[in-house]
Design a protein around this ligand. Structure first.
Ligand code: NAP
Length: 279
């Protein structure tokens, strides 16, 4: 049986550490506060926003909710962000994505002050990550590094293969693995002989967005497999980009879906909020 990397337990551990730190902050008059902006009422976004507010409440972070109508203009949204940028009582600003189609997502991300960019999506945050400076890191890849470290899985010197090159997962993931001294290969939809490349991986990170695509043909014996994907199977049960049952037969460690990467994303968002308040 492989080691099942328990994202639920590890994220809880992180949230409890943050809870203690926030209690200490409260004692010295610092009150970490996250502004959560949602435009429209996309059902998946409503669930994500609810979970983020719940995590804030658990840790002791104040969350200020801004629920804006679907018809909100880009100018109105940017005006709200600018107001929150200059509000000293707000440490982090999060705009739940996706925003409605008439709003330019990049413009919204760029209007958030980098020191309040707890999602780590602002070009300044991404630039800092690339050149090894301090700054906020995208929560899902940051959470994966924590999963590996807290499961005693060494990254240094390992062959790390990332499938996916999105701005929020694949690219920052690759840079973080490089920062941990992994040898990193990035695959995408134009990669030739994908299985040949992925079978080189000691650590395989899968962020493709294709239900259970990765079977054991893509994986080396004894590899560590991290599954970022999130889908519903034919029985409406959550599943990932990896065929868990099939791949589990040969790997040394693997994340389940649910209960793997998912809970870590929120834990790292909370970590970034506390960090913003600490600064
Ligand atoms: P995305 O923006 O759709 O990117 C998918 C990437 O996979 C792209 O780079 C694409 O290549 C590549 N790809 C697609 N089909 C491929 C194939 N057959 N072979 C090789 N590469 C292929 O997705 P994302 O935002 O990174 O998310 C990936 C998955 O993670 C989704 O299932 C999403 O729901 C999930 N997710 C989960 C969390 C969490 O907290 N658990 C957070 C974020 C995302 P090209 O660039 O060439 O198109």
């Amino acid at each position: 049986m492989p080691q099942i990397i328990d994202g639920k337990a590890i994220s809880m551990q992180i949230k409890d550490e943050l809870k203690e730190e926030v209690a200490r902050m409260h004692e010295v008059g610092i009150n970490p506060c996250l502004a959560v902006i949602q435009v429209g009422a996309d059902p998946a976004s409503c669930v994500y926003v609810r979970n983020k507010k719940k995590a804030c409440a658990y840790i002791g972070i104040e969350s200020r909710a801004f629920e804006l109508g679907e018809e909100t203009t880009q100018e109105e949204l940017i005006a709200l962000i600018q107001k929150l940028n200059s509000d000293e009582g707000v440490h982090g600003i999060l705009v739940q994505l996706p925003v409605p189609k008439h709003i330019d997502e990049d413009k919204i991300i760029q209007s958030i002050a980098p020191e309040k960019d707890v999602d780590g999506f602002h070009p300044v945050s991404v630039g800092n990550l690339c050149i090894g400076e301090k700054g906020f890191v995208s929560c899902t890849p940051a959470g994966i590094i924590q999963l590996l470290k807290r499961s005693d899985i060494k990254i240094e010197g390992k062959e790390c293969v990332v499938i996916g090159r999105s701005n929020i997962v694949g690219k920052p993931m690759s840079i973080l693995l490089l920062r941990e001294n992994g040898t990193v290969t990035i695959c995408h939809s134009r990669t030739k002989n994908l299985a040949e490349v992925t079978r080189r991986a000691d650590i395989l990170i899968v962020a493709i967005g294709k239900k259970q695509l990765i079977t054991k043909e893509y994986v080396k014996d004894g590899a560590v497999v991290i599954d970022v994907g999130m889908h519903r199977d034919e029985n409406n049960k959550l599943c990932g980009d990896v065929d868990f049952e099939d791949v589990s037969e040969i790997v040394s460690a693997i994340t389940p879906v649910p209960g793997g990467v998912g809970p870590m994303t929120i834990a790292m968002l909370m970590n970034n909020c506390v960090e913003a308040a600490r600064k």
